[in-house]
Design a protein around this ligand. Structure first.
Ligand SMILES: [Zn+2]
Length: 374
């Protein structure tokens, strides 16, 4: 990906280009920002400029053999380090490179891929991935050797937050790095990175994207849909979430919502457990849309109870449900429903545990409904 192909993030891009213009690229950078702010594509685009054989003033050429290899993550002087897991497919001594092809495939599908995608792909027994000391020691040996193509050697730690104590191994090389070496640590939570490592790096904060950037991304990727504005709103600057939202078309929100209300009405925790097992298969984007849809239906019922004609756009199934449920939507309960669903939506956006969020919502809905019954 070219620098110019990255949406927004102008301040970050300017800062990085400034290093190149001044011929003063620091040996170690930490890109710190939340999920979906494009840290990885930024790191790769920056690496591409440094490795390009025909670099221009503000970007890589995009055509030379180096650029093409960086695009595919196959450049021998670009080392992308990602977490591995201990399970029956991946032994303790497995090298990061053994899974390189799979990682490249995921990257080719989505440059904004996240750790969740990697987990989904590997399906490890234990979900605690690590960057092992073995991986790090091996990498350090490679960095001390001369580069394959005579230029920079660049290491990108895709999820540096999982380096743990292995990061200690880098203290010496960060203190006195070989020439033309660049380490880029990508981090969501700086507190997870050893302070001794942080103090040897230049910190580059990467903010979430703006709504305009996300909107522009949908346009340029030809991903516009009728829900486009909702998707931009849900994403809250998280381009990964914006992508997930698009995968929600095949989901029948009506059925899922009606079952949830029925289960909450009956206060049936056993059915809730089954319902949650289904829900958990969906991504967060789909779940956010479900919560938004739920609020829309309840709002429609409320408006209708107030004498407004809000039923026009409802399907037969929604209309039948709305007729049955309307007695549970009063002035007071309406506000409580919306508060409960809005809170759940905010919690999901902040990566809260989906099952816990819906358990709380289930208890709240049951309380609101039973208060009306009594
Ligand atoms: Zn090039």
């Amino acid at each position: 990906m070219l620098f110019s192909g990255i949406y927004g993030q102008q301040i970050v891009k300017d800062k990085l280009l400034c290093f190149i213009k001044n011929k003063n690229v620091p040996p170690a950078l930490v890109f710190n920002g939340p999920q979906g702010c494009g840290k990885f594509p930024l790191a790769i685009a920056f690496a591409r400029i440094l490795l390009c054989k025909n670099v221009g003033d503000i970007d890589a050429c995009g055509e030379c053999s180096s650029c093409l290899k960086v695009d595919k993550l196959t450049h021998p002087d670009l080392h992308v380090i990602y977490p591995l897991f201990e399970n029956d497919r991946i032994g303790e001594n497995t090298e990061s490179t053994d899974l390189a092809n799979h990682f490249r495939t995921l990257y080719a599908q989505n440059v904004h891929m996240e750790y969740e995608d990697w987990l989904e792909y590997i399906r490890p027994v234990s979900k605690s991935g690590i960057i092992s000391r073995g991986q790090c020691a091996n990498l350090i040996t490679k960095i001390y050797m001369s580069s394959y193509e005579g230029g920079y050697k660049i290491v990108v730690f895709w999820v540096a937050d999982l380096l743990g104590d292995s990061a200690n191994l880098f203290l010496k090389i960060l203190e006195d790095p070989p020439p033309k070496t660049l380490f880029i640590f990508l981090s969501k939570s700086l507190e997870k990175i050893l302070s001794t490592v942080l103090s040897r790096c230049i910190l580059i904060p990467v903010p979430p994207f703006t709504d305009e950037d996300i909107s522009e991304w949908y346009k340029r990727e030809n991903l516009l849909s009728e829900n486009h504005e909702n998707f931009v709103r849900f994403s809250m600057g998280n381009i990964y979430l914006a992508g997930l939202c698009l995968k929600s078309h095949e989901v029948n929100h009506t059925n899922i919502f009606i079952s949830f209300i029925r289960i909450s009405y009956k206060n049936s925790t056993s059915e809730l457990v089954q319902w949650l097992d289904e829900i958990i298969k969906y991504n967060r984007g789909v779940i956010l849309l479900l919560l938004d849809y739920s609020m829309k239906v309840i709002r429609n019922i409320f408006l209708s109870n107030m004498g407004f004609t809000a039923y026009n756009s409802l399907s037969e199934e929604e209309l039948e449900f709305s007729n049955k449920f309307s007695k549970y939507v009063s002035d007071t309960s309406f506000r409580k429903y919306i508060e409960a669903f809005s809170l759940a939506s905010k919690q999901i956006q902040s990566n809260a545990n989906i099952k816990i969020v819906f358990h709380c919502l289930f208890f709240k809905l049951h309380k609101i409904i039973s208060d009306i019954n009594h």
